[in-house]
Design a protein around this ligand. Sequence first.
Ligand code: VGL
Ligand code: ZN
Length: 204
Amino acid sequence: MQKNRALLVIDLQPDFCPGGPLAVPGGDEILPLINQLAAKFETVVLTQDWHPADHISFAANHSAPAFGTISLPYGDQVLWPTHCVMNTPGAALHPKLDIPHACAIIRKGSHRDVDSYSAFLEADRTTKTGLNGFLSARGITELYLCGLATDFCIAWSAEDSCSFGFRTTIIEEACRAIDMAGSLDAAWTRLTAAGVERISAKDL
Ligand code: VGL
Ligand code: ZN
């Protein structure tokens, strides 16, 4: 097993799966594949989207419709249906996620006034989650990403991963997208420009 590579499993939580308030189409289909992929990595890190109930990204806290956009000091913010409220069942790791050897769980989005799609840096683009330090301290130089959602949390995490200097690869069939208003195509354009690679699970 290559010691310098890690798998980052993003936001596999019931609230992002069919039946949840911010369901990503087919979100739960990728669980068996991700469990298999994880067995090929000695270092696996999981993330959880983890918001307080009064979080700034929730449409309900602005009396505004979900999927609209508002302007905040750090930039534009999409307003989402209430999701992944800390300590609720919908924010737990998905019960079918079976990665006992995962060595860290990064929770993101827990500051009320700042969202965090990225597992590395919050939306203010300044506050660090600590993931970069964790991976670097363990000698990781290559990061593989999978999970939910390709066009938001995976895209932002992958771009930051590149900026922090990791060779960064998205495992295509092990992700699913929200795909609102062309967000998936736009994400792939940015990702390709940033130098993020894409690979099929069978080539790993
Ligand atoms: C996500 C929207 C809001 C994601 C998280 O995991 O992609 N998307 N919060
Ligand atoms: Zn969120």
